[in-house]
Design a binder for this molecule. Structure first.
Ligand SMILES: NC(=O)c1ccc[n+]([C@@H]2O[C@H](COP(=O)([O-])OP(=O)(O)OC[C@H]3O[C@@H](n4cnc5c(N)ncnc54)[C@H](OP(=O)(O)O)[C@@H]3O)[C@@H](O)[C@H]2O)c1
Length: 282
C-alpha cells in the first residue's frame, strides 16, 4: 500500500503540505525511547510524512530538542510546525518563545507557527508578534490551534487575521463535533483543518466497529481511523508514531480508501453531530 504518494493539502498561502504528517507529543521524555523515536521520525521523512508537528510545551522543550536532532542535516526535507503557549503569546513573548524554539530545533525558521490555544492575551498582541517574526524570516507563516468557529470569526475580523493558514484541532471518529459548524466554516473560507489525536491517543484501536472494518480490509484499526480522518480533502492528520513499525503502518493508511459501506458502519457506531458541540481539546 505504501507506493501511493501522500496527497497534499493546499494552505491559503499556496504551500502544499502532506495530508499525513507526524505528531511528536511525549517524544523525548523517556531517554530509553529516544533513539527509537529519532529513527521513527527519520523513517517518516523517508516515507513522505514530511510535516513534523511539535510545540514548546511538549516535554518542556525536550521534544523540540529531539526533533532538532532528528532533523539535523535534513531540515530542508521537513515542513516544520511548532506552537507558542498562550501565556507566552504577547508580542514580545511570542518572539522570545519562537527564538527559544528555533534554538532547540536547531533551525533558523519555522514553516508554520501556531498559537497553541486561546488564552488571556488579546489576539491582536499575538498577531503583532507573528508579524515581527514574519518580517525577520523566523517564521514563514502562522496559524492557530484549538480555535472554535467563533474564535476563527473574531480572528479573521482583526487586521492581518485573515493570513491564518490552518486551525489545528482535535478530530477523529470519537470527536466529530467540528463537522457541525467549524469544518463547514473552514471549507467555506478555504482554511485547512489539521487533525490532532487522529487515533484518539490509541483509544480507537480496540473499538469493535473500527476493528470490524479493519478486518474486512486486512489492515489495522489505526489505519482505518487514519483513513477515516483523511477522507476529507481539506483535512490533514498528524498521528504520533514512536516506533518504525507504527510509522510504516500509518504511512500505508494514506493509500487506504474506505468504502461507502465502511463509512455507513462507522457512522452508526460514531454518529455525526446534529447540533453544535463546543470544540473539545486534549
Ligand atoms: N494542538 C494541540 O492542542 C494538540 C493536542 C494533542 C496533540 N497534538 C499533536 O497531534 C499529535 C497526535 O496526537 P496524539 O499524540 O495526542 O495522539 P494520536 O496520534 O491519536 O495517538 C498517539 C498514540 O497512538 C499510537 N499509534 C500511532 N500509530 C499507531 C499504529 N499504527 N498502531 C498502533 N498504535 C499507534 C502511538 O503509539 P507509539 O507512540 O507507541 O507509536 C501513541 O500511543 C501529537 O503528537 C501532537 O503533535 C496537538
Amino acid at each position: 500500500m505504501t507506493t501511493t504518494a501522500v496527497r497534499t493539502v493546499a494552505l491559503p498561502s499556496g504551500d502544499l503540505i502532506p495530508a499525513l504528517g507526524m505528531g511528536t507529543w511525549h517524544m523525548g521524555e523517556d531517554p530509553l525511547r529516544r533513539d527509537t523515536e529519532i529513527t521513527a521520525l527519520r523513517l517518516g521523512l523517508d516515507l513522505g510524512l514530511t510535516l513534523v508537528d511539535t510545540a514548546e510545551m511538549y516535554g518542556d522543550g525536550l521534544t523540540e530538542e529531539l526533533v532538532g536532532e532528528a532533523l539535523a542535516g535534513r531540515r530542508d526535507e521537513a515542513f516544520l510546525v511548532s506552537k507558542v503557549m498562550p501565556h507566552h503569546a504577547t508580542r514580545g513573548g511570542t518572539v522570545a518563545a519562537c527564538t527559544a524554539s528555533l534554538h532547540r530545533l536547531r533551525t533558523d525558521h519555522l514553516d508554520l507557527y501556531l498559537l497553541h490555544w486561546r488564552g488571556r492575551v488579546p489576539l491582536a498582541e499575538t498577531l503583532a508578534g507573528f508579524a515581527d517574526l514574519l518580517r525577520d524570516g523566523r517564521i514563514r507563516q502562522w496559524g492557530v490551534s484549538n480555535f472554535d468557529t467563533d474564535d476563527m470569526i473574531e480572528l479573521m475580523s482583526l487586521p492581518g487575521g485573515d493570513a491564518v493558514q490552518v486551525d489545528q484541532v482535535l478530530y477523529n471518529l470519537m470527536r466529530r463535533g467540528i463537522e457541525y459548524d467549524l469544518l463547514p466554516w473552514c471549507a467555506g473560507v478555504g482554511i485547512p483543518v489539521m487533525a490532532y489525536s487522529p487515533v484518539e491517543q490509541g483509544l480507537l484501536l480496540g473499538h469493535p466497529a473500527v476493528r470490524g472494518v479493519a478486518e474486512r480490509h486486512g489492515v489495522s484499526a489505526a489505519q482505518v481511523a487514519l483513513a477515516w480522518v483523511l477522507r476529507l480533502d481539506l483535512v490533514n492528520a498528524i498521528p504520533k508514531a514512536g516506533t518504525p513499525k507504527h510509522v510504516h503502518e500509518d504511512r500505508a493508511a494514506a493509500a487506504l480508501r474506505l468504502t461507502p459501506a465502511d463509512l455507513r458502519e462507522l457512522n452508526l457506531a460514531f454518529p455525526p453531530p446534529d447540533h453544535k458541540v463546543p470544540l473539545e481539546m486534549h
